[in-house]
Each structure stands twice: as structure tokens, then as C-alpha cells.
Design a protein. Structure first.
Lengths: 100, 100
DNA sequence: GCCATATATTGACATATAGCTATTATCATA
DNA sequence: TATGATAATAGCTATATGTCAATATATGGC
């Protein structure tokens, strides 16, 4: 461990980081953003991809919308979600890197 | 975003990752592991470093012990804590990297 | 054993979260 | 406008979480 490189995380960043990873600290939400990482997806696509009830998917998406992790846009009768918080990709890649 | 590199996170890893980042998804716990990242620290050192009551620090440490994120060893009348989950460093560095 | 210091645990309480069912909104199209 | 598909929300129960005050448990020195 290279301690010399450990600089303190600034309070505001730390606070936002805690908020983001708190949201991602749930298996289903983590799966949802993993799906969204590949590009926009509708609620039903997400639902199929991870196999949980529509209402639950919507609830998780609503929470993640609430802290600006994902955003939605209507497309006809669909609503397409996408990740808008760049740190999410960092976190997912970080998890992948641990998978040695 | 290089989508070609996005490989799926394995279920077991994803589940453990969710557990870890759930624990880190709290500002005080994030501060605690940030302190511990620099090396072992006693409860009172942590308490001083981040400025919250001793009982709260102990409670957070107990929860993180519970999911094998930190470990403790007694040293005289002190108890020294350290990070034992390597992913924690990855996550902290990931947060730092976002701090552009 | 007694005292001071360091840490852990407990109980109480408020709030947050998760998941379920049912219902409601929104849109496209017949 | 009626209908089917898609998505969001409401109401509910159960459980988890966060915090505090108080108490309990080490440990070391006298």
C-alpha cells in the first residue's frame, strides 16, 4: 500500500460519495446500474434482465433518480433510463477490478 | 465509455460488493475507513480524527467487523483497528479519482 | 482489590428501508 | 373514447438503521 499517495478526500466529495455508494449498496440496484451501464434501457427491459417485479424496479429507479444517479426520458409508451452520475462507472469498474 | 470492456459482474462478487459498499455508504463510516487506510488506529484516535462520540465509533466499527471489513486487536488497554477487506482501498481510490 | 482509562454493549426511540399488493397515471392506437 | 401496454405511486407491514444515554467490560497501575 502506497501511503504517500493517500490524500484526504474532501468533505463535500466524501459526502456525495457516501450518498452514491449507499444507493449502490443494494444487490438489485447494483444490477440495475450494471444493466444501464451498457446503455439506456426501459423499465421492462430492466425488469426482464434482473427478474424482479415491475413495481420494485420502479421504486429503485425512483430512489436513484432522487439522488441524481439515473435520469429518465419518455419515449412513447416507454420510459428510458440512463446513468447520469459518472462515479457509477468508476464504482462498477472498481468492483470488476477486484474480481481477480 | 468503452462498452466492449464491460463484462458482467459475477453474482457472488456483486453480492459481496453490495454488502461492502452498503457499509461504506455512510459518511462517518467512510471517514473511519479513510483514517484506517493510513494504518492501524485505536478507537480514541478515530474518535478524535473524525469528531464523533466514542459509542458511535464503536458501533460503526462493530458493524464493519461484522462483515469482515475491519478487524481489531487488543494492544494493552487500547484496541487497534485495521482494514482487512482489500476492496475498501479500491473504493476509496475510486472516490479520489473522481475528485478531478 | 480499587481506580482510572479505554472500549463495548444495551435499551429506548425515531426514522429509513424493503418489499408486497393494489391502484393510478400515461401513452399509443384502434 | 375505449382499450391495452407501460410505468409510477400509495398504503401497508416488517425489519433495519442511526443516535443517544446509560451501563458494562476490559486492562494497567497503585
Amino acid at each position: 500500500m502506497k501511503r504517500a499517495l493517500l490524500r484526504r478526500i474532501e468533505p463535500v466529495l466524501l459526502s456525495r460519495a457516501a450518498e452514491i455508494i449507499k444507493m449502490l449498496g443494494h444487490p438489485e440496484r447494483l444490477k440495475i446500474v450494471e444493466v444501464l451501464e451498457r446503455g439506456e434501457a426501459t423499465v421492462s427491459e430492466i425488469q426482464e434482465a434482473i427478474g424482479i417485479p415491475q413495481a420494485i424496479v420502479s421504486q429503485h429507479l425512483a430512489r436513484m433518480r432522487g439522488c441524481n444517479i439515473v435520469a429518465a426520458r419518455r419515449d412513447g409508451s416507454y420510459v428510458r433510463y440512463r446513468v447520469i452520475e459518472p462515479k457509477v462507472h468508476h464504482v462498477l469498474n472498481c468492483i470488476r477490478e477486484c474480481d481477480a
